[in-house]
Ligand binder design. Structure first.
Ligand code: HEC
Ligand code: HEC
Length: 263
């Protein structure tokens, strides 16, 4: 008992000291946490208030945006567009690293709109102005009266497109017949342009650049698209991802092809 009494004042003091130490440490941690939260909040506001197309050239904002964007891409986009953004012609998912854009010119602000609202995603602000009609069906297109094409006509159009893309084994008469269909009854020019280079205002791809959304440009793949149509979907992320994350991933995706441009 005596021993305990002698010890008590000392241990009480050390307990008090320890408590104070703990309190100081906790206060420091709290201050640190608040500082981190405040900094993140400021960075988020800076990112959202900046001009989306200029972030990439902003030495302060760009590194954070690109790092955050890469993470968002890995989690939300890579599943379809591939870890490296090269897409897949097996699933009709476009390469995001090239200079070939379905919509617009590949600016971060344009990509941001695609991520927010999607393509044929059901979001009423998403891109949904045109789809590739299914010319082998009795009603090829719901929005506009277009004629069905016979298998022979689809072959002619296929030969025409293959010749345009460098195939030398096409029969010139068949190619000429395909050209007539393209400019005439098929109505292809209306969306893909008289120059066959597509229309980035409605997402109609260039059909003469040797790049294909789906398949490899073989006779089988091209004729299947003309016969069955195509209407790829990119999901809308509005409401699913924080706006700052959406902006970051748009900057990251824009950087993928911008980097190529400089190479
Ligand atoms: C479920 C699969 C899927 C997911 C997930 C997806 N996409 Fe897409 N994305 C597509 C498809 C398919 C298209 C082509 C749509 C078309 O054919 O018009 C596309 C098109 C695009 C385009 C237009 C490309 C061009 O050439 O103009 C952009 C930009 C894009 N996606 C960005 C993204 C980003 C960024 C994410 C992630 C935040 C994402 N996508 C997630 C499937 C997906
Ligand atoms: C109403 C507009 C419209 C018309 C008319 C139209 N297309 Fe398309 N076409 C599109 C759109 C939009 C796409 C891209 C679909 C997508 O992104 O999923 C497309 C895609 C294609 C593709 C695939 C291109 C690629 O890069 O993989 C081919 C081939 C094609 N069209 C050929 C034709 C031919 C041949 C005709 C005429 C017989 C025609 N199209 C008429 C809108 C149209």
């Amino acid at each position: 008992m005596q021993v305990n009494q002698a010890l008590r004042p000392a241990s009480a003091r050390s307990i008090r000291l320890r408590r104070i130490g703990l309190l100081v440490a906790m206060s420091l941690l709290l201050i640190l946490a608040v500082a981190i939260v405040l900094r993140e909040r400021r960075e988020r506001t800076d990112l959202l208030q900046a001009d989306a197309d200029r972030i990439i050239d902003d030495a302060r904002l760009a590194p954070k945006a690109l790092a955050a964007g890469r993470d968002v891409f890995r989690t939300n986009c890579a599943g379809c567009h591939g870890a490296d953004g090269h897409g897949s012609t097996a699933t009709g998912t476009p390469d995001l690293t090239d200079q070939d854009f379905l919509y617009g010119t590949g600016r971060a602000s344009e990509i941001e709109q695609i991520v927010l609202h999607g393509i044929r995603s059901g979001d009423d602000k998403g891109w949904n102005l045109a789809s590739m009609p299914a010319y082998g069906h009795s009603v090829p297109y719901a929005r506009e009266k277009l004629p069905s094409l016979s298998p022979g006509e689809i072959e002619q159009l296929t030969s025409f497109l293959r010749a345009l893309n460098g195939s030398t084994s096409e029969d010139p008469t068949v190619v000429a017949a395909g050209n007539v269909l393209y400019e005439g009854r098929g109505g292809c020019w209306d969306c893909h342009g008289r120059d066959v280079q597509g229309d980035a205002a409605i997402g109609a791809p260039n059909l003469s650049d040797g790049k294909w959304l789906r398949g490899d440009g073989s006779r089988r793949d091209i004729s299947r698209i003309i016969r069955e149509g195509l209407h790829g979907v990119s999901p809308a992320f509005r409401g699913r991802l924080d706006p700052a994350k959406i902006r970051a991933v748009a900057v990251y995706v824009a950087s993928l092809h911008a980097r190529k441009e400089h190479e």
